[in-house]
Design a binder for this molecule. Sequence first.
Ligand code: IPE
Ligand code: IPE
Ligand code: MG
Length: 245
Amino acid sequence: MFGFRKKPETTLERVLPVHIAVKMDGNRRWAKQHHVPRQAGHVAGSEAFKTIARYCNKIGVQYLTVYAFSSENWKRSEDEVEGLMSLLRKNLRDVLTIFRDENIRTRFIGDRTRLDPQLRELMAETERVSADRTGLRLNIAINYGGRPELVDAARAIAQEVRDGTLSPDKITEDVFAAHLSTAGQPDPDLVIMPGAEKRISNFLLWQSAYAEYWFSDVLWPDFTPDVLEQAITDFNGRKRRFGGS
Ligand code: IPE
Ligand code: IPE
Ligand code: MG
């Protein structure tokens, strides 16, 4: 009765998080470290993004959400914002070609209304050409913020109540989640925060309620599949309780 409990067999097989989210942070510090212009740091960061997205697709991750430009990033200098926007345009053109044979389905989350028409067109094109792909589902967050996303959801719900199509007592967590930009997707299991900062920065506030966080001092341009594997290994050692026992 009180004998030693046999330890459960450890299996060599690791569990892949279904949904990984990454705040791609630290580009400017990387540029400083390497004595190169700030924009070169952003370019190096976009290379890391392409490598990591393809790697996730290769190992069978189902969902990857990357934070590329926040709703607060407009506060940066005009010069930096323009550099980031032109890099996003370039990257989307790359994504259209490089990901052509990758079976990656790309979608965007965030408010598009403030983005220039050319970028918006590229986003629509990227979503259109990849809509039927069955591999990794990639969400790229551009002009995304968790708070604006929640406010938009509240506004849409209020409108439905006013229109008489939704009654207030029918507003559940599921209904709320269905009004977010990630509607229909599972919540992230693992949120990776490179760049040596320990803050959420308005990323997936609702969706990450029970995510496992993994912080790293590695600056985003230095982030490699090996570092991602470290995060996945660490994730495998976590005991997720979701408030239970
Ligand atoms: C992430 O790197 C890229 C964006 C936020 C667009 P940063 O530009 O924030 O670089 P650091 O964090 O200041 O080093
Ligand atoms: C968050 O990083 C946005 C992206 C990584 C795209 P920031 O660098 O803008 O966040 P803070 O200002 O350090 O919190
Ligand atoms: Mg930063």
